[in-house]
Design a protein around this ligand. Structure first.
Ligand SMILES: *Cc1c(COP(=O)(O)O)cnc(C)c1O
Length: 229
């Protein structure tokens, strides 16, 4: 077995074990393979192992890989920070966006979503750790943002996403994810998607209700950012 195939088997086993350990329905947690900085060949290999959902952070890089992989039926998720002058290609070339944190971006994505495509699935990114440097809307801004985004015609608001401050403290991992779950529940908008958990904290995320875990390193190995970003 190739390294990627082995890694996929290991990550799937971690998800399955966590679902079991925390009383989650089998198959209720979906694996989003985060392929940023990795070549199209890695995605092709992961697809051959049964993965179909891929997450990318950098628009130009993502568009190049999408073109190379146009022969595959893949579902593309944009998970990086969004500049307002980049919304059109995101609206045109992705199925999900996990990183919407302000209304202006959502409005542009809705306006620019081609009428020939189904509504763009949207997750609102929330800053649950309160660090100044992180993207994500503040928890107290979330209700108004969610209400407004839910009205936009060419978007489908699905849920929330967070990237808590990295920590090895498992109780802190749980607390941050639980906070996001509670924020989603309090919105009372019938949202069903919680995008939480990365390579180092996927178990805590599954325990706290993840429906998507976004896994890069554990699938594709460490990233080399080189000169391009
Ligand atoms: C890079 C990235 C990931 C994957 O992180 P790993 O620690 O490599 O699993 C997940 N989510 C977002 C938003 C990312 O930018």
């Amino acid at each position: 077995m190739s390294t990627i195939a082995e890694n996929i088997a290991k990550v799937r086993a971690r998800i399955r074990e966590a679902e079991q350990a925390y009383g989650r329905a089998p198959g209720s947690v979906e694996l989003l393979a985060v392929s940023k900085t990795k070549p199209a060949a890695d995605i092709r290999e992961a697809h051959a192992c049964g993965l179909a959902d891929f997450g990318e952070n950098y628009l130009q890089e993502a568009l190049a890989k999408q073109a190379e992989l146009a022969d595959l039926a893949l579902t593309w998720h944009f998970i990086g920070p969004i500049q307002s002058n980049k919304t059109r290609p995101i609206a045109e070339h992705f199925h999900w966006v996990h990183s919407v944190d302000r209304l202006k971006i959502a409005q542009r994505l809705s306006e620019q979503r081609p009428a020939s495509l189904p509504p763009l699935n949207i997750l609102l990114q929330v800053n649950v750790s309160g660090e100044d440097s992180k993207s994500g809307c503040a928890p107290d801004e979330l209700p108004a943002l969610a209400q407004a985004v839910a009205q936009l015609p060419h978007l489908k608001l699905r849920g929330l996403m967070a990237i808590p401050e990295p920590t090895e403290d498992v109780a802190a991992q749980h607390a941050a994810f639980a906070r996001l779950r509670e924020l989603m529940l309090a919105l009372n908008l019938g949202l069903d998607a919680l995008s939480i958990g990365m390579s180092h904290d996927l178990e805590a995320a599954v325990a706290e209700g993840a429906t998507w875990v976004r896994i890069g390193t554990a699938l594709f190995g460490a990233r080399d950012y080189g000169v391009s970003h």
